[in-house]
Design a protein around this ligand. Structure first.
Ligand code: GLN
Length: 265
């Protein structure tokens, strides 16, 4: 009898603790609604997905985030931070979600939950016009710039440690690809590796630079897909984000946002 009572008590306590937890999570859908605002973390040096427009942040991810906020019935607040800090901020509940042209990767899936994928991308090379680099293998012996903790950084790390660039130590990490490209223009590095549309945008706005797809000598390339990340287990918020995303994808809105911001940037 005693055992039954203590088990029942334990069950009641467990339910209480769980309920308490979800109430206390500032990023639960319920608490976001109560606060009247939703906070997004991004890195606004990744045009056309996020870029600075005066003191504001604009871009494809901002348009999507505005729709997410509208569907929940709250206002959107954006924080422009370094890319490598976004996942940690989402994990610790500093923000509701990260939207930063972020690629779904198995190692990231261990840290956060991802939404429906909404854009496909590839890695590109930004080079000076007239550069002889055509493939990733051509980067051997060259100085390469990447944005810290991005997929470009991860791919180059792998190729340098045990792939086609084995032994090439000259990888330089930067806070973002725009800063890296300044070093490319100044001749301090030979190439920048970053996603397709930001690469094309940076090349377009810098006379003397070009962007080409990063292919291997055998013709193979890199492919990735972007999604929005939330804290692990924050299902209600993720469901809400997914319903907005699904609606936008079906209506062709994401393609529209990409075209619009690509023409501006
Ligand atoms: N898609 C790349 C990644 O997820 C780059 C994203 C970014 O620089 N904002 O790592």
């Amino acid at each position: 009898m005693k055992k039954v009572i203590s088990m029942a008590l334990a069950a009641v306590l467990a339910v209480g603790v769980l309920a308490g937890c979800s109430k206390q999570n500032p990023q639960s859908l319920e608490n976001i609604k109560k606060a009247g605002k939703i906070v997004m973390y991004t890195n606004a040096a990744f045009p056309p997905f996020e870029y600075r427009e005066g003191s504001n942040v604009a871009g494809v991810d901002v348009d999507i985030a505005n729709e997410i906020a509208k569907d929940i019935g709250v206002t959107l607040e954006i924080k422009d931070v370094e890319f490598e800090t976004i996942i940690g901020a989402v994990q610790s509940g500093k923000c509701a979600f990260g939207a930063a042209g972020m690629t779904v990767k198995p190692e990231r899936l261990e840290q956060v939950d991802f939404s429906t994928k909404y854009v496909k991308s590839k890695q590109y090379l930004i080079l000076k016009k007239g550069s002889t680099v055509k493939t990733i293998e051509d980067l051997k012996g060259k100085k390469v710039g990447v944005q810290t903790a991005t997929t470009g950084n991860l791919i180059l790390d792998d190729e340098i440690s045990e792939g086609v660039l084995k032994g090439n130590e000259a990888l330089k990490t930067y806070d973002d690809a725009i800063i890296a490209s300044q070093d490319l223009i100044a001749g301090r590095i030979d190439a920048v590796v970053i996603d397709k549309l930001p690469a094309e945008s940076i090349a377009k706005t810098n006379e003397g630079l070009q962007a080409i797809e990063m292919v291997y000598a055998d013709g193979s390339n890199t492919e990735e897909e972007y999604a929005i990340c939330v804290q692990k287990g924050n299902k209600e918020l993720l469901d809400s984000i997914n319903s907005t995303l699904d609606k936008l994808i079906k209506a062709g809105k994401i393609d529209e946002y990409v075209l619009n911001h690509t023409s501006k940037k």
